[in-house]
Write a protein that binds this ligand. Structure first.
Ligand SMILES: [Zn+2]
Length: 272
């Protein structure tokens, strides 16, 4: 679980600031599913009087959501990839008002959507309606059209760094700052320089820990940089995973930097 995301969504619920569309991004489908259900229950639960990120699990609504048969909660893409016909069905469902309060629809594995379906979906997202909330989920953000991403509030589900940073990491800040500064003018030089400096596992772990710490705390609303942010975020997450699986640290760092350069990522938004 991502503590930063929890806090953010708690705030959203408390102040009634729900967006029309969310994209939940993570590395594990079970984790994403659980998170989405918690979120939907928190929105709909009959006993969530404080409007926090909470659900009682006992009311009729909570129970129905857990069993996937709550009338105002629609799920698509559970078994097969989402096709145009699904979006046509969705549109029809949305033309009927919510029975209780809000209508929420969940499109699973949105990276798997056909192009036709994605385009029809875009039209729906471009004309948001009150009391309708879209939830899109994915473990593969690279495969998603930029235009779809830009219509959604992106939520990182996977927890990466929950604890506060200790002192020993502040040194790494200097390296990262230096790297970002050089990256602006000459990406290749910045890469060579960083790889020269970070050679042992401990340092490379710190590097990714710090990167994820800052990325977790970013709330990007600028459509132009969301894609870059997500690329770095998912690359950093998979680097962290590889480190845990004892892949050679230098290789992981090389691979990470190489991908940023290959995709021509802009890192200007990252302030360390
Ligand atoms: Zn409840």
């Amino acid at each position: 679980m991502n503590e930063v995301t929890n806090k953010y969504l708690t705030n959203v619920l408390k102040h009634n600031k729900l967006s029309h569309a969310y994209m939940f991004v993570g590395t594990n489908n079970d984790e994403i599913d659980e998170y989405v259900l918690s979120f939907v229950k928190a929105i709909c639960c009959e006993n969530n009087d404080n409007k926090s990120f909470y659900s009682c699990e006992n009311c009729k609504t909570c129970k129905q959501i857990n069993k996937n048969n709550y009338i105002d909660f629609l799920i698509f893409g559970e078994k097969e990839s989402i096709k145009k016909q699904d979006i046509i069905n969705l549109k029809q469902e949305l033309s009927v008002k919510a029975v209780v309060n809000k209508k929420i629809y969940w499109l699973k594995n949105i990276d798997n959507v056909t192009k036709q379906a994605a385009n029809s979906l875009l039209k729906i997202l471009e004309e948001p309606e009150d009391n309708i909330i879209a939830i899109l989920t994915t473990t593969n953000v690279m495969a998603i059209m930029d235009t779809l991403i830009s219509r959604c509030q992106v939520i990182n589900v996977t927890g990466s760094v929950n604890d506060d940073l200790d002192e020993s990491i502040s040194e790494m800040k200097v390296f990262i700052r230096e790297f970002l500064r050089k990256y602006k003018t000459n990406k290749n030089l910045a890469a060579i320089d960083l790889l020269e400096k970070l050679k042992n596992k401990e340092d490379i772990e710190k590097f990714f820990k710090l990167m994820l710490f800052y990325l977790d705390r970013l709330r990007v609303n600028d459509n132009n940089i969301i894609k870059d942010m997500l690329i770095i975020y998912s690359e950093a997450l998979s680097a962290k995973k590889s480190l845990e699986m004892n892949v050679a640290p230098v290789l992981i760092l090389e691979n990470f930097i190489f991908k940023l350069i290959l995709r021509d990522c802009n890192l200007d938004f990252l302030e360390v």
